[in-house]
Structures are given as structure tokens and as C-alpha cells.
Ligand binder design. Structure first.
Ligand SMILES: [Zn+2]
Length: 275
């Protein structure tokens, strides 16, 4: 659907995790070029819907697919789209290996990479790439100054907080990225899941407060004595739904990594303690 002139939201497929809406892709149509931001899952039904939408959207044909980050619900369909349309795939340099590595041999290939700070003039609409590491190290957000509009993918979600896995993200960088996006003071955020966020300042403030509260809870648990990841998870995440233990422990690990990096916690003999 067209959200505002030249900016379309395309939502495809299933919920990636129960309770999280299906992923959004966005089509930005300028007078000279059109850009597709993300493309949803690697599913044939989603691919057919994507193709049908692009064919009726009007404007210059899409020649580039910009992937905000490596996850399958955003980048999975890239190969199908590239094979069908010849669109070239671009992503942050830190995501390239994960995006290409996730695919069977002989499928989509990343055509070019960026580092953040680049911009593209589509004709009437400029897309500026903002490196916002944290959810993954090469996650990016996209800013359209003519509209004061921001696409945040999984860095800012309207419906839930973002996952920061220690294996592919960094909580300290994530908090810095939220602060950088806060400073942009945009009119609207178009997130990677869920509908437009029309009060970006208060949404980002809430996400920063949430991280601060989790960090305080973690510091409080550490103040009660040294603990393993599991013990700290049990102290910090009470009332955790069944089956979410691993995910919660990853968040605890990310929180501990941040505190260790800042010199506020330390790992000794398998237990984390206050530094
Ligand atoms: Zn993601």
C-alpha cells in the first residue's frame, strides 16, 4: 500500500516469531529511479506477491534492492527477486558474508556494498544510508530528508523491543544507534515489522528506557553475588514464557558483554561479577 506519495509498504508472509508481525519491505519511487528496501522471506508465494506488487506500482522500474541487514525475514527473498528481475543487491559491508553465506551455491550474489553515509538521489527523493549497528553489526537505517522520514528495519520496531544477539550484534552499539536516530528528530518511522510509528521521539525514548531498566536489573542481580548466565537470566527475567529461555539468555549475554566492555562487570571462573 502507498503510505505517502512515492513510499509504499509491502508486507509478506508469516510471523518470524509468534507475536511479531510479518516483515515489511518498502518501495521508494522517485522520478528517475525506484529503490526496494528489503524483500521478505525466501518463499515462492511471497515472491509472486512481491512481483505482482512491483509490476502494478508504476514509476521507474526497480533496479536495486537494498538489504537493511542479514536476517532471512528481510533478505531471504533477494535471490528469487534478483533471478526474476535482474535487480542488483546491495548491503552494508559487514552483512555481506552472512547474506551470501546463508544461500545455497549459485543463487543471489551481493553486487555492491556500502559503509554508511552514502546517499542516492532517486529524483525528488534522496535516500541517505545511516549505519545503525547493534541488532546486527551491519544493520542500516535509511533517511529521506525531503520527507523527514526514516526506515529503521529491526533497529526500531513499533510492536516490540529488538533482539540483540551476542553472536551477531552489540548492545553498546545498539544504544548508541538509538541515540543517533533520536537526534535525527524525524516525523515518522517506517519499521521492519508493524505499521508506521508517528511519534518517533517517544518510541525511541521508550526503547532506551527499556534498555536502561534491563541494565539496572542486571547490575542489581550482580550486586547480589557472582552468577552464571542462567542464574542471572532467572534473576532478571521473571515470568518468562516457556521456550524463551535461550533468547533471554542471549539478551543477558549481550548485556554482560556491554558491562564488561565498559569495565563495570567481569568474568571470573565462569561467573560474572561486578568489576
Ligand atoms: Zn532482524
Amino acid at each position: 500500500m502507498e503510505l505517502e506519495p512515492g513510499i509504499h509498504q509491502l508486507t509478506f508472509g508469516r510471523e518470524p516469531i509468534p507475536g511479531i508481525p510479518p516483515p515489511n519491505a518498502y518501495l521508494v519511487v522517485g522520478s528517475k529511479a525506484s529503490l526496494l528496501i528489503d524483500c521478505g522471506f525466501d518463499e515462492e508465494a511471497d515472491h509472486q506477491e512481491r512481483m505482482a506488487y512491483l509490476q502494478q506500482a508504476g514509476g521507474p522500474p526497480v533496479t536495486e534492492l537494498l538489504l537493511t541487514h542479514r536476517h532471512q525475514d528481510h533478505a531471504g527473498g533477494a535471490a528469487l527477486l534478483a533471478n526474476a528481475t535482474g535487480v542488483s543487491i546491495t548491503c552494508h559491508i559487514l552483512e555481506r558474508k552472512a547474506i551470501e553465506g546463508d544461500r545455497p551455491a549459485g543463487r543471489a550474489e551481493v553486487f555492491s556494498t556500502f559503509e554508511g553515509g552514502e546517499s542516492q538521489n532517486l529524483g525528488g527523493l534522496t535516500v541517505q544510508i545511516v549505519h545503525t549497528p547493534g541488532h546486527t553489526l551491519g544493520s542500516v537505517s535509511l533517511f529521506i530528508p525531503e520527507r523527514n522520514a526514516l526506515f529503521t528495519a529491526d533497529t526500531v520496531l513499533g510492536v516490540t523491543t529488538s533482539i540483540v544477539r551476542p553472536s551477531e550484534g552489540d548492545l553498546g552499539l545498539y544504544v548508541e544507534s538509538l541515540e543517533a536516530l533520536q537526534a535525527l528528530n524525524t516525523r515518522v518511522i517506517y519499521p521492519g515489522h508493524g505499521g508506521p510509528i508517528t511519534d518517533p521521539a517517544s518510541r525511541i525514548r521508550m526503547l532506551l528506557d527499556h534498555r536502561l531498566r534491563r541494565e539496572e536489573a542486571l547490575l542489581e542481580a550482580l550486586a547480589n553475588g557472582p552468577g552464571t548466565i542462567k542464574a542471572l537470566r532467572e534473576a532478571v527475567y521473571t515470568n518468562l514464557p516457556a521456550g524463551r529461555e535461550k533468547l533471554a539468555e542471549e539478551q543477558v549475554q549481550s548485556g554482560l558483554n556491554k558491562l564488561v566492555k565498559e569495565g563495570r562487570a567481569a568474568l571470573r571462573d565462569g561467573n560474572y561479577t561486578l568489576a
